[in-house]
Structure formats: C-alpha cells, structure tokens
Unconditional design. Structure first.
Length: 81
C-alpha cells in the first residue's frame, strides 16, 4: 500500500479535500504560467515526482513543499477556524 493511502485513513474528509484542492490550485497555476512539472520542480528544488504527488493531492507530501509550490506561483493559503 502506498504511503499516502495509509496516511489518508487518519485524516478527516474535509482535510483530504483541502489537500486535493491545494494540489489542483498548484496544477492550474503552473499550467497557466506555461510551465511543466520539471520547471516547477527546479523552482522548488525537489524531484519532479514530488510535484506530481502534490498536484494529485497525495496527503503524504511535506506541507512545506505544498505551500512552497503554491507560493512559487503567487498563491497564499489562509487558515479558517
């Protein structure tokens, strides 16, 4: 079983949806900028597979990588309580 599958069993559905939404926003921002996953990986200093994992909404990716990718394309995240 993939790491993300094990992790997702312990995460509430709303949080999983937020992770997927962030991944989709990152993909849209990247493609709107006309960049491929390799360019995004170079910007962030990670492997291209990390970009694919972020964009697919995998919950096992480090939050710093997710927020870093979003920030690289001008997207900020605000928490609501």
């Amino acid at each position: 079983m993939a790491q993300g599958k094990r992790i997702s069993a312990d995460i509430p559905a709303a949080a999983l949806q937020a992770i997927q939404d962030m991944g989709a926003a990152a993909r849209l921002a990247r493609t709107s900028a006309g960049e491929g996953q390799a360019a995004a990986a170079a910007r962030l200093g990670v492997h291209v597979q990390t970009i694919a994992r972020i964009e697919s909404g995998e919950p096992g990716v480090a939050i710093g990588h997710v927020l870093g990718l979003l920030a690289a394309y001008g997207i900020t995240v605000k928490l609501h309580g």
